[in-house]
Design a protein around this ligand. Structure first.
Ligand SMILES: Cc1cc2nc3c(=O)[nH]c(=O)nc-3n(C[C@H](O)[C@H](O)[C@H](O)COP(=O)(O)O)c2cc1C
Length: 363
């Protein structure tokens, strides 16, 4: 099934393990359920008048949505990336690819990534590389290869210290990363997005990132896909009992997505915020936007939709999110994405405690 680099089989592993029901956080949630958008019984607008258009990376999107970066490097990944790209192009939403490390090591798999640009010609595409490659230093030539491979409009650097610390082949090397990130931002021909992958970004981290001149942060918060759980399943299959136990211990680790959005927004009013991590429908997206996100990303549910329903499944899923978001705007009386950011909201439970304890302000 896979060809090329020694990393390729791991990419398919991640796809299969992430499709198992226990790949998701179990007791910790996104805390979006602590956010109540106040219902407006007199919205004074027609549903058909609601506009979802938004700006992202200089593009006008039909809705502030992103099919988050997941895969590349194998034949299966190529099929998935093509499906995701077709849906993004059809619906006018943004698109990410998975880590391109595998294609740096085995150039023959570049086409499993570049396929997205052949299909998604008019929407923003985000390249992707991991912190553990960056920490070793990325030459500007290599940066160019990553960007050119998908004719990217931005590059995402993913931070996954939790996953690296629990992965059998993990490279939990983060010393010196800040300096390398600064260098990358200076050298990059396209805007840089720094993203987590399921454990969230704090205000303190976002403050450091904001000084570097990056374009945005994808909070990649807790409450959806849990890479501790995915690595735990891989450790079980490989018979590594210590990593299995450690993965269980850390299965619920991380900053819930709702809290992370507020954390990052408190660090900077200027950073573009992408919200991924446990968003599952249009109401989740509306709440994330109200808390300060600019664009809402979906990974696991899109992958699931692809496996259950192919291209039609992906299309229908993203459409459902879009139409849910449209209705959430209608029911709060918001005409557009700007207005959803100002609708009345009530915050309770753990999110309220977190916000108060951390001294954060709600936008
Ligand atoms: C199978 C799979 C592979 C992923 N691979 C990457 C990756 O290579 N690079 C990256 O930045 N994020 C990766 N992610 C993380 C997602 O982009 C996203 O931040 C995270 O899954 C949380 O969103 P979700 O709860 O909607 O899945 C991956 C997610 C999944 C499910």
């Amino acid at each position: 099934m896979s060809k090329g680099s020694r990393h390729a089989p791991r990419k398919d592993d991640h796809i299969f393990y992430s499709l198992q029901p226990d790949s998701q956080f179990a007791s910790k949630t996104t805390w979006l359920e602590c956010v109540e958008l106040v219902h407006n019984a007199l919205p004074e607008i027609d549903l058909s008048q609601v506009s979802l258009t938004s700006e992202f990376l200089g593009f006008k999107l039909r809705a502030p949505l992103l099919i988050a970066g997941m895969t590349g490097g194998t034949n299966l990944a190529k099929k998935l990336n093509k499906m995701f790209a077709m849906a993004a192009e059809e619906l006018g939403v943004a698109l990410g690819v998975g880590s391109q490390r595998v294609a740096l090591e085995a150039p023959e798999v570049m086409e499993t990534f570049s396929i997205v640009r052949e299909v998604a010609v008019s929407v923003p595409v985000i390249a992707n590389i991991g912190a553990s490659q960056l920490v070793e230093g990325l030459s500007s030539d290599t940066m160019g290869v990553l960007v050119d491979m998908v004719d990217a409009d931005a590059i995402a650097v993913h931070l996954n210290p939790l996953q690296e610390a629990l992965q059998i082949e993990g490279e939990a090397k983060y010393a010196g990363l800040i300096k390398q990130l600064e260098l990358l931002v200076k050298q990059s021909p396209v805007p840089v997005i720094v993203k987590e992958t399921g454990a969230g970004v704090s205000r303190e981290v976002a403050e450091i990132l904001a000084t570097m001149g990056i374009y945005g942060v994808d909070v990649g918060g807790a409450g959806g896909t849990s890479f501790a759980r995915i690595e735990g399943a891989r450790a079980l299959a490989k018979g590594d009992r210590m990593l299995l136990r450690l993965s269980e211990d850390f299965a619920e680790w991380g900053i819930p997505t709702a809290a992370s959005i507020i954390e990052v927004r408190n660090a900077s009013g200027k950073l573009a915020i992408v919200a991924t991590g446990g968003l599952r429908n249009g109401i989740d997206a509306a709440k994330a936007l109200r808390l300060g996100a600019d664009t809402c990303g979906f990974a696991y549910p899109v992958l699931r939709a692809a496996f259950e329903g192919g291209y039609e499944g992906v299309l229908n899923y993203v459409r459902r999110v879009m139409e849910g978001l449209r209705r959430a705007l209608f029911l709060t009386g918001a005409r557009n994405i700007g207005e959803i950011r100002r609708v009345p909201v009530v915050i309770g439970g753990k999110l309220r405690e977190w916000v108060e304890f951390r001294g954060l302000k709600l936008p």
